[in-house]
Design a binder for this molecule. Sequence first.
Ligand code: PEP
Ligand code: MG
Length: 315
Amino acid sequence: RREAALADSHGSGRTADGHAVPLLANIGTADDARRAATQDVEGSGLFRTEFLFLDRDQAPTLEEQTETYTTVLEAFGERKVVVRTLDAGADKPLVFADQGEDENPALGVRGLRLSRAREDLLDTQLEALAAAHRATGGDLHVMAPMVATVEEARWFAEKVRATGLPHVGIMIEVPAAAINARHLLAEVDFASIGTNDLSQYTYAADRMQGELADLLSPWQPALLAMVQAACIGGAETDSAIGVCGEAGGDPLVALVLVGLGVSTLSMAPGKVTAVRAALARHDLATCQEMARRAVAAPTAEAARQAVIDLAHPEV
Ligand code: PEP
Ligand code: MG
């Protein structure tokens, strides 16, 4: 029966009572975009552009980037595409933007911090995105990684708007941004929560360390509290808050995120069907009750159990 329900699952994401939750694909390349666009997704909520920049001696040219972004936008047609600007740093080093060794790469000059140090790289990327947008008329949204302060959000928003791009956002993946979301969101149009880094920075646990997996569980109460803080900031500023970290691809966690007020979920394309099926079996009030119990739980295990107790038996 579970297989049958999954096979039945198609169309836009929505709860049992019809509350829409667009389900989007995470992509990293133009090939990913072509593949994901053939699937039942409502667009891409995270295009990780760093794959264009890694493992090469020189930055991709304006023409090369324009071509890639155009291909991605064409693949999705009228569907939404959220492009994340370059997210590199000492953990994902670039030969042509060597900022030296960082003692703690995850805490160093990475993400938007690198863009501020190498504004020329961001300028070319935004120019290419604007050209691809003009060429396709696609539904393009541009967001910055690793934003921590209002000044950073403002700096990025001004640059994006100056290129004529219509929608500018930030990732919330640093606790400072989650706690201060209301003020950061006053500068931009939307935010997307990166639960992978938000877990890492909330629990001071390297996301690449398999033995720390328990601390990086999406059920950990302090992570859920961070997501809740971001959603409260979103509600106060009337801003859409998405999730594009791995947590959104777990059907049970997805219900909690929706209950907390997350409006879109972006995930590996292979996860969409199960998340859509889970949403279709629960109404919004149940998701909200799940969220209330999960954020009130003292431990990750208690949060998960509290949600399982309310969930449809087949999720
Ligand atoms: C995240 O941090 O959750 C995220 C989506 O970005 P990345 O995994 O690329 O760091
Ligand atoms: Mg991240």
